[in-house]
Design a protein around this ligand. Structure first.
Ligand code: NAP
Length: 226
């Protein structure tokens, strides 16, 4: 199986590459605009998959898809809040080429808009999956599991990344990009908005039977779950 990872040498794309490292049947194309950075990532890789650097911009994906014919494209580049006018260029290129697509999008507007491609994706016989990461996919899976044995009346979400996890430039670009601007959310059953990064609260994550984490400061960010 051949997988093109856009942002394959970034923090999250690189993490995906390392998680797949025990699969010798994979050929992973490490994509991004900086060939030297992709080459350096491939040179430092330890694992069983076959890696190859590929210089590619997600806005001009069609030629790379023609030349490489991957089975799957993963967009791990971002920041998804700033994809601009042709924000679904990669999705459209994948549908045209008949290649499965998924992304790590965290931007609510981006993720909600992807459903407009449902019919085209089905007609092309491919998958187009958006937000396949911590949120909204993992949070939705947890809620679905909890809903099987309890009535859920309200949900408050917060993401507390490990202090040992690296934070990529594009995560920072995303958050700084909407700080001080309206962020869509639903509160008390009503759609509205809060102000990105300006609203904050303190919370202690305390898993039953474990020592609680130290009290954390949470600020409002743009995620599809809200
Ligand atoms: N939904 C979730 O739960 C979730 C979780 C984690 C991350 N994310 C999102 O994933 C994205 C990546 O985060 P990160 O921490 O990995 O950022 P990062 O370390 O800055 O990596 C971004 C990567 O994308 C590449 N890239 C940027 N623009 C590109 C373009 N036009 N075409 C091709 N490649 C491009 C970059 O290389 P070049 O600049 O050299 O091209 C780099 O390799 C962010 O938007 C983040 O919000 C979502």
């Amino acid at each position: 199986m051949k997988i093109l990872i856009l942002g394959g040498y970034g923090v999250f794309g690189g993490r995906l590459v390392r998680l797949l490292a025990d699969l010798p049947m994979l050929e992973l194309l490490i994509g991004g605009r900086n060939l030297a950075a992709a080459q350096a990532f491939c040179a430092s890789y330890v694992g069983q998959s076959t890696l190859r650097p590929l210089q590619v911009d997600r806005q001009q994906l069609a030629a790379a898809l023609q030349a490489e014919r991957p089975d799957l494209v993963v967009d791990a580049s971002g920041p998804f809040q700033d994809y601009g006018e042709h924000r679904y260029a990669a999705i459209e290129a994948c549908i045209a080429a008949g290649i499965d697509y998924l992304d790590f999008a965290d931007a609510a507007d981006f993720v909600f808009g992807v459903s407009q491609y449902d019919a085209q994706a089905r007609a092309a016989g491919i998958y187009v999956l958006s937000g396949v990461s911590s949120f909204p996919v993992l949070t939705a899976a947890v809620l679905r599991e909890m809903a099987s044995h309890m009535d859920i009346v309200s949900v408050e979400g917060g993401i507390a990344p490990s202090p040992y996890a690296g934070i990529g430039l594009n995560v920072m670009r995303a958050v700084v990009g909407y700080a001080g601007s309206p962020v869509k959310l639903r509160r008390n059953g009503r759609d509205g908005h809060g102000i990105g990064l300006a609203e904050s609260r303190r919370f202690t994550v305390a898993v039953p039977g474990r020592l609680p984490l130290r009290n954390l400061h949470f600020s409002l960010v743009d995620v599809p779950d809200l």
